[in-house]
Design a protein around this ligand. Sequence first.
Ligand code: SAM
Length: 412
Amino acid sequence: MKDKVKLEIVDYGYSGEGVGRVNNKVCFIPYVLKGEVVEGEVVKTTSAFSKLRLLKILSPSSKRIDPPCPYFANCGGCAFQNIEYKEELSIKQQIIQKQLSKTGYKGELKVYKSPNFYGYRNKIKLFCKDGILSLFQEGSKNLIAIKDCLLVEENISKVISKVQTFITAKNIDNNIENVYIRSQGNSLLVWFRFYKPIKLDFSGLQIMLGANCGVFSSVGKEKPKHESGLKILKANEFGLDCEFEVDAFHQVNNNVGEQLYKDAISYILGEKIINAYSGAGVLSGAIASRGKTVYGIELGEAEHISAEKLKEQNNLNKLYNIKGDCAKLLAGLISNDLKTIIIDPPRIGIDKNVCEAINQSKVKRVIYISCESSTLVRDVLRLDNYKIKTVKIYDMFPRTSSIEVLCILDRI
Ligand SMILES: C[S@@+](CC[C@H](N)C(=O)[O-])C[C@H]1O[C@@H](n2cnc3c(N)ncnc32)[C@H](O)[C@@H]1O
């Protein structure tokens, strides 16, 4: 295939990129819309497909809008700033419909949209290139310098320039692996991950950030060490007092996360539930506060600590937080009176052992929360004693290609 090619976009791929054909070969090209004729440059080619970089839009779609972010199509974070939000939701619905058709599911697919499609993210991980905070370019290891990100909550946005000022003043740019900023209400934590040990005075940064903020640091894969200010993020979720460690998982979009949990809870059968991949325990806590017995299984240390604090502070004596690997622990926790298992794994999906344990159980319902449709489809096919009852999309990550799905499976 020639390096420069012209093609018509006829569909969307699973990451929201455009799909077209050149000499009958499937080509994927990001930041284009269905119906457009575009010029692209081949950046990767295999026997099955080619990946292209967009050079020129020769015939734009009437649905195309101007992206509000100056870094769009350079920074790889967003996929859909060039289209109205309702069109983005429709594309995401088509993607999930196509994915789930592999499991035989042909039912309806409702979408819960995010009330805010910008300014919704409660966390961001930034990298550093030549002393400037950056994000990765689409499909590459190149870093793109940024001053702001339109996806993050306003209080995070305000802090990015302060962190930049600190990095510039301290001349520490060569030693920063990443900077993680996360917020909860008016509180905020900043965590610097360094490549090599470094002695730094963070007091100037703490003064810029103010009393509602805290600073952490670590080297490589070490646990974050508290440096100054706030130590923990406090929140009230589902009427529960919660405390989150800086490195404990939390759903990225507070509103959508809450609706997802509410809907997941509405599908629970029985009085005893296993919540596998349970994170910081908010969903487990919300279920236990309704009088049910919950076994939460979570591998992460920080998440387990947060879940234990949640249990203690809210007197949830029917909540059992178990620290460990679901692949090893789940089978041993399944009993004959268990009717519901919730699974909310990371993008890699669930282990084969987990599928096997569920297949061999008498559990009536599996509530699968997924942030990666390809592994959801693989796992649904492996759970061959179960059939999809209903599916709903939650737009946890507007403007990006990520899609959160709640899939309810019932025993056949
Ligand atoms: C997508 S998060 C969901 C967390 C939680 N359900 C929530 O909504 O906040 C996935 C969680 O699974 C945990 N995890 C990853 N691999 C695991 C494993 N093999 N066993 C148990 N937990 C695991 C991660 O630490 C993370 O907290």
